[in-house]
Design a protein around this ligand. Structure first.
Ligand SMILES: Cc1cc2nc3c(=O)[nH]c(=O)nc-3n(C[C@H](O)[C@H](O)[C@H](O)COP(=O)(O)O)c2cc1C
Length: 131
């Protein structure tokens, strides 16, 4: 088995929303697996609390698809998350949804991925403009 060196150990944060528990189960399973390689925790999004990304290397957002979109809480979070911080992280996202072809179910992950890319690249544009 390959064991990462201490300096290669990562700090992973999985932020998720979940109404009925499906997304929560997956977020926790991802955290359990990633904990083999460093720190990993799954955190249910609480709009009342700031999500601290300082010290995080791998950031994963999980959300159920509702009406072809992420939940309102995750949508707001993605509007507010710091572009600067996002840009320095490895970012991924996942959704849960009906077992249907994506053109019929929609996909929260597709929407989230677009938002995450836009926010991260907005930051790089600003940097380029100011340098
Ligand atoms: C209000 C509501 C809207 C939903 N809309 C969609 C949808 O547009 N597409 C889809 O594939 N599934 C949809 N679903 C199904 C959920 O995405 C799916 O059951 C998901 O696994 C639930 O995750 P959770 O248990 O973490 O809340 C919807 C469920 C609810 C309750």
């Amino acid at each position: 088995m390959l064991v990462p060196r201490k300096e290669e150990m990562m700090n992973a944060l999985i932020v998720y929303d979940s109404q009925y528990g499906d997304t929560q189960h997956i977020a926790q399973a991802i955290a359990e697996k990633l904990a083999e390689f460093g720190e990993a925790r799954a955190l249910r999004l609480d709009p009342a609390h700031h999500v601290e990304l300082q010290g995080v290397d791998v950031f994963i957002v999980g959300c159920p698809t509702q009406g072809w979109r992420p939940t309102p809480a995750i949508q707001s979070f993605l509007e507010e998350v710091s572009s600067e911080e996002l840009r320095s992280l490895a970012v991924a996202c996942f959704d849960t949804r009906f077992r249907l072809p994506r053109f019929m179910s929609g996909s929260a992950a597709k929407v989230m991925a677009g938002k995450l890319v836009r926010r991260a690249s907005r930051c790089s544009c600003r940097r380029r403009a100011s340098s």
